[in-house]
Every structure is written in structure tokens, then in C-alpha cells.
Design a protein around this ligand. Structure first.
Ligand code: SAH
Ligand code: SF4
Length: 341
């Protein structure tokens, strides 16, 4: 019999799937899991008999940490192994102010095939379950203490695994458990138009980041095959709808590829795309990926591009390279093969 993975379940689902009664037992178990308990024996307010029966039927963690890699800048990457032997990665980022962010994966690999991204070269093995997503966060909290934010910017496309992503968010934000605020959650998407409308209409009302990369349609199609069925025009409308519906400013992300998406014309198209939208621009100099032939822009080129965008009235942040030495930066995830071990 397969054991039940508990980390992706809400209290009432814990009760139903484990036949727990009275119902407050579900809350107690949920609380222990959210607090990062590793074993049923830690759950001292549950009887010894109940703990023994839970241990027979259920798993507090369905995944295991197979490796921990640390960089000098404080970035930590955990390699996680799923029950069926897939490798996924989750990263802890600490900013200058000491705020800690979990960057979690939602798929093993990714089917989107963006030309500049390491995960894109792997293809998709499968979607992760809600439990497998929540467990990444719990492992990082076990490692680093309470975290401030969670971003879905690890491996995979969140809007193509929206059910599990929603479920993981429901568990992490539930007041009876970890009680994380939805303001501290960001979903980053390659730009799946239908998924953006779905999220806007049905929630949760989290922060949204669109990996725009470029507002030049031909170039975007070349770099990001997903844009063949998600045009810039439709994306812009979807983003505008998301902003209107949620009242939240959206982030437009662009990985900077020297000589590719940083010309004056590229800057002008980005300015035109962002015009009259409540957006913030987040630029990420390309993190080198072995086997991919792009170039990271130098400081001069980067500053020139930033200043063009700012002159065009845009609000721009340049994201630093964090975790580079352990390949724990954006787009470098997937060093370990996603095949079975
Ligand atoms: N699939 C989602 C979330 C994961 S990718 C998405 O594409 O948004 C997270 C971010 O990393 C995206 O903005 C993506 O454009 C960026 N990225 C991918 N490869 C990169 C690389 N090699 N260097 C820097 N950023 C990269
Ligand atoms: Fe997938 Fe995002 Fe990488 Fe594109 S950038 S291949 S969507 S993980």
C-alpha cells in the first residue's frame, strides 16, 4: 500500500484520508507538519497508539534531501529526491537586509524549452504534487528558520501545474498551520495566457511575475517557444486584466542576453509594452549554463539598457547574481539529471 503524503493536505483532508476523529486531531496534525515535525513521535499531544497507526499509513515527508550546497553569499541549494527517484531543486536566497526567500520548483524539468534556461534543456519528467512543493519549503525552514517569502521560480512552469501550486499555497497560507501571507508569494510564469486569467479569476491573489524577456515578438518566439501560442498582444491584455482584477502591480522579468535583447529597439519595445500598465521591471543578467551559447552582458551594456528603460519612465530593478557558485541561480537549476537513480 502506498503511504499517504501528508504535507499537501488541509486539516479536513487529513481527517478524511486518515479517518481521524474528533476533527481537532486534523488541526493538531496539520500544525505539527507546518511546524516542520520530522517524525510522528514528536507529536506529543497525539496518543502513542494514534502515532503508531499514522506511521503505518502516512508519510510526513514523501521526498528526501539528497544534497545540500552552500554558496559564499549565503545562498543554499537543496537537492530533493522524490519517491520515484526524480531530482528537483529548491533554493534559499537571503538578501542584504537578511530577508529569506524560498525559490521552489513545481515540476521535475520543464516542457517550455526556453533557449537560455538550464531546466528547459531537460524536458518535463512530471508535475510535482502539492506535498512535494510544500516539503521543499518545510525543508528550507528546517534549515534556515522561518522564511519571509516564497517564489515559484525554481524548476518548471507554475501555470501548467496550477492545481498543485494552488493546493500548496492553500496549505502554506492556512491560518491553522504555517499561516504565510499571500502577499509574500510570487508566481513567475513564462506567459501562459489562459493560466493568467484563471489565476486572476479564481485566485489566490498572489504576486505575479511575467518572464517577458523581450517585447519583440519575433525574438521572443525564437527564444521562448511557448510564445508561439501566447502572443504579446494577448499577454499584455492578460496582464492588464490581472492588475485590474487583483489591484496588484505585476513584475515583468527579463533575462539579459548580450547582443540579443538589449538594443535600443528592444528597449523601445519594452517601454511600449509597459506603457500604461502598473508594472515593475526586473532585469536578470544571464547566468551561464553549460552547453548554451549566450553571453552575460558586461556592466556598461547593462547600465546603458537600464538607463534607456528608466528614461522611458520605467521602474527598473537589476537583480544580482546570487548562488552562482552552486548553480543555484535562476535558470541554472537542473544540474542533476531528472532521470531515475
Ligand atoms: N517557468 C517560470 C518560472 C521558473 S524560471 C518562468 O519562466 O517564469 C524563473 C526565471 O528565471 C524566469 O524569469 C526565467 O526567464 C529566468 N531564467 C531562466 N534561465 C535563466 C538564466 N540562465 N539566467 C538568468 N535567468 C534565467
Ligand atoms: Fe521552463 Fe521557466 Fe525555464 Fe522557460 S524559463 S524553460 S518556462 S523553467
Amino acid at each position: 500500500m502506498n503511504k499517504i503524503a501528508l504535507a499537501g493536505l488541509l486539516p479536513e483532508e487529513l481527517c478524511a484520508s486518515l479517518s481521524l476523529s474528533p476533527s481537532f486531531r486534523g488541526n493538531q496534525l496539520f500544525q505539527w507538519i507546518g511546524k516542520g515535525a520530522y517524525s510522528f513521535d514528536e507529536m506529543t499531544n497525539l496518543s502513542t497508539e494514534l502515532r503508531a497507526s499514522l506511521a503505518e499509513k502516512a508519510l510526513i515527508r514523501s521526498t528526501q534531501v539528497s544534497d545540500v550546497l552552500k554558496a559564499e553569499d549565503g545562498t543554499v541549494k537543496l537537492q530533493i529526491r522524490t519517491e520515484d527517484g526524480l531530482a528537483v531543486e529548491t533554493v534559499l536566497l537571503t538578501d542584504r537586509a537578511g530577508r529569506k526567500t524560498a525559490c521552489v520548483s513545481c515540476q521535475a524539468g520543464c516542457a517550455m524549452g526556453c533557449a537560455f534556461c538550464k531546466t528547459g534543456t531537460l524536458g518535463l519528467a512530471r508535475n510535482l504534487s502539492a506535498a512535494e512543493i510544500v516539503e521543499q519549503f518545510l525543508y528550507l525552514e528546517k534549515y534556515a528558520g522561518l522564511l519571509d517569502n516564497i517564489v515559484f521560480m525554481g524548476m518548471g512552469e507554475p501555470l501548467l501545474n496550477l492545481d498543485a501550486v494552488r493546493k500548496a499555497i492553500a496549505v502554506l497560507t492556512d491560518k491553522r498551520g504555517r499561516n504565510l501571507s499571500s502577499r509574500r508569494i510570487t508566481i513567475s510564469t513564462v506567459g501562459i495566457v489562459s493560466g493568467i486569467y484563471d489565476l486572476a479569476d479564481k485566485g489566490p491573489a498572489v504576486r505575479l511575475a511575467l518572464s517577458l524577456t523581450t517585447a519583440d515578438e519575433t525574438l521572443r518566439r525564437e527564444l521562448m517557444p511557448a510564445s508561439l501560442s501566447n502572443s504579446l498582444h494577448d499577454l499584455r491584455q492578460a496582464i492588464s486584466y490581472y492588475i485590474e482584477k487583483t489591484g496588484k502591480r505585476v513584475t515583468l522579468e527579463a533575462v539579459l542576453l548580450a547582443g540579443k535583447n538589449m538594443s535600443e529597439k528592444n528597449a523601445d519595445s519594452l517601454i511600449a509594452f509597459a506603457k500604461d500598465l502598473d508594472v515593475h521591471i526586473n532585469l536578470i543578467p544571464w547566468n551561464p549554463v553549460e552547453g548554451l551559447s549566450f553571453t552575460t552582458p558586461n556592466q556598461e551594456e547593462t547600465e546603458e539598457f537600464v538607463s534607456r528603460l528608466e528614461k522611458g519612465g520605467l521602474n527598473v530593478t537589476l537583480r544580482m547574481h546570487r548562488g552562482k557558485s552552486i548553480a543555484g541561480a535562476c535558470g541554472q537549476l537542473g544540474k542533476t539529471e531528472t532521470g531515475a537513480v
